[in-house]
Design a protein around this ligand. Structure first.
Ligand code: CUA
Length: 337
């Protein structure tokens, strides 16, 4: 029975520890900012645990000693009183020193975080919307400015400056493996510098309750080699691919005739709506609806046919389409690589 209980306990511990690793964990840092924060949290946890253990020993030891027939509690012993006073004084001094030490450590960690992006060559403006992320790559050359959504490609090993803002309510940008969280506030720009040491995909999540679909406001940072990143940017700058089949062609026409065009942009077509994600290269993304569904023909169809079914409360309206029309629009979007 006892071994069964220990096995269950060990399994539970292992399962809990599983949460410490992976593509969305502050305890599995993959960049200098997250490293700094992870180091700080482990140091704080270790030191505070030590203080707690010492405190417990100091509390419990006298109780045990008294049970073994200690001195008369009301008898006055001047020497013992002085010793106790010195001990309380020393403990107070030590507490103050620990607090000051931790404050100084936090201060220097903040300085390190602030220095990460001081020479960032790439600036990306991330705007929070209920419930998706608008991602705009800034560039001195206006024709190279690029707007996309929900997935943020960055060059690995290079610092990137994110300018965070919001159009509606307060959101919070948090990619735990790369950096701490920072709010996106309407009418205000917050600066967050990130750097991924190695190529990889890191998941992020809105970390400030922002309405019904707060939980389905995910994002992905895709860090890749510089050459791959440049190629991606150049591809994304291109206008949307022309429909490749008759079905897709019908879908493209339908897209312009139906309310889709009121909200979405597809560059190279008359669709220029700005209130919803840019769809120029939607099929090149890994997920739909800010990480809610994986990108596939079936999910695209399900999403368009019934957005409320996948993401209740979402602002995307249901557009009335028959089966053929739905297939046509999906065929068109699926070609927008
Ligand atoms: Cu956006 Cu929570």
């Amino acid at each position: 029975m006892r071994s069964l209980a220990s096995a269950a306990f060990a399994t539970a511990c292992l399962l809990c520890l599983q949460g410490c690793a992976g593509w969305q964990s502050a305890l599995d840092p993959k960049g200098p900012a997250a490293n700094e924060l992870a180091w700080l949290i482990w140091f704080f946890t270790g030191l505070c645990t030590l203080v707690w253990v010492l405190l417990m020993v100091t509390l419990i030891a006298p109780l045990l000693m008294r049970q073994r027939g200690g001195t008369e509690p009301l008898a006055l012993d001047i020497g013992a009183e002085r010793r106790k006073l010195r001990m309380v004084g020393a403990a107070t001094g030590l507490t103050a020193m620990i607090l000051i030490g931790l404050t100084v450590l936090s201060f220097f960690a903040n300085r390190t975080l602030a220095a990460i992006g001081s020479d960032a060559a790439l600036t990306i403006r991330v705007t929070g919307h209920q419930w998706w992320w608008e991602v705009r790559y800034e560039d001195a050359t206006p024709s190279r400015i690029l707007t996309t959504a929900n997935e943020i490609h960055i060059p690995a090993g290079e610092p990137v400056r994110l300018l965070l803002t919001s159009t509606d309510v307060i959101h919070s940008f948090w990619v735990p493996s790369l950096a701490g969280k920072l709010d996106l506030i309407p009418g205000h720009l917050n600066v967050l510098d990130i750097k991924a040491d190695r190529p990889g995909v890191y998941r992020g999540q809105c970390a400030e309750f922002c309405g019904a679909q707060h939980a389905n406001m995910g994002t992905f940072i895709i860090a890749e080699q510089r050459t791959k990143f440049d190629a991606w940017w150049n591809d994304q700058l291109k206008a949307a691919a022309a429909p490749a089949s008759e079905e897709a062609k019908a879908g493209a026409e339908l897209f312009i005739k139906r309310p889709c065009v009121m909200c979405h942009t597809i560059r190279g077509t008359p669709a220029g709506g700005r209130v919803a994600p840019d769809l120029t290269h939607i099929a090149s993304r890994q997920t739909l609806a800010a990480g809610t569904l994986t990108m596939s023909r079936g999910n695209l169809a399900a999403w368009i046919a019934d957005p409320q079914g996948a993401k209740p409360g979402v602002h995307m309206p249901m557009v009335e389409l028959d089966g053929d029309q739905l297939n046509q629009i999906v065929a068109y979007l699926e070609g927008l690589k």
